[in-house]
Design a protein around this ligand. Structure first.
Ligand code: ADP
Ligand code: MG
Length: 204
């Protein structure tokens, strides 16, 4: 896939604007099973990303993703900042400037592994990984319906965190009481997948 600076700017704006449009919802979700700051954390980070979007987009895709990762590490805070930072930093390190679909899949696999290592976590623990891992698996499966299918997988996966009991992050302090609410990080991950899929479809 070949991107120019305008397309890269649209990608950054799509991700940032989607997250920002749902900041209050992310806060509400985090109020139910965390400390209520996920929306604000993400808002702080993605407002900065949006403000830097023109400069970021002038750089090749890998450097741009690394730049987003650094901003998220510095600005988001909480547990999610270092984790989303790690995701983008690893994508930046792993993706070539003009990735093929296979290279994009390999980079996402490396990035998800890095999040697991950073969070000492895995799918099934009611976190962002409960969206990221199924999306990666679906991407690896290939076949018809990509990339649109990924958005559906992400949303179903976020919904599937509702009955889960949290065993990582603040929500785990609630034990059984974490059951019955969607994980905020799973929701923010699904939102980002939405934005990337919409952008990919517009590129095609
Ligand atoms: P904090 O929990 O420090 O207040 P946020 O509210 O910004 O940070 O982010 C919470 C989200 O971070 C959770 O909903 C979950 O998806 C994710 N998260 C927390 N801890 C972990 C972990 N160890 N591994 C993966 N994701 C995690
Ligand atoms: Mg929180």
């Amino acid at each position: 896939m070949n991107t120019d600076a305008a397309a890269r700017a649209r990608l950054i704006r799509a991700i940032a604007e989607t997250v920002l449009a749902h900041a209050d919802e992310l806060t509400d979700l985090d109020q139910a099973i965390g400390d209520g700051d996920h929306g604000l954390n993400m808002k702080r980070g993605f407002e900065t990303v949006l403000a830097e979007s023109a400069t970021l987009a002038e750089q090749p895709l890998p450097a741009m993703l690394t730049g987003i990762g650094k901003t998220l590490v510095m600005r988001v805070g909480g547990a999610s900042g270092p984790l989303y930072g790690t995701l983008f930093l690893t994508l930046g390190k792993t993706l070539p400037a003009e990735p093929t679909a296979a290279e994009a899949g390999a980079a996402l696999a490396a990035a998800v592994d890095a999040v697991k290592a950073r969070g000492k976590s895995e799918a099934g623990q009611k976190t962002m990984l409960d969206v990221l891992v199924p999306v990666l698996d679906d991407l690896k499966a290939g076949g018809a319906g990509l990339p649109a299918r990924l958005a559906m997988v992400a949303h179903a996966a976020a919904e599937a965190t509702v009955p889960m009991r949290a065993v990582r992050g603040r929500a785990s302090f609630l034990g059984e009481r974490s059951i019955g609410h969607m994980d905020p990080g799973a929701r923010s991950s699904a939102l980002m997948v939405d934005a990337v899929v919409a952008w990919l479809e517009e590129q095609a």
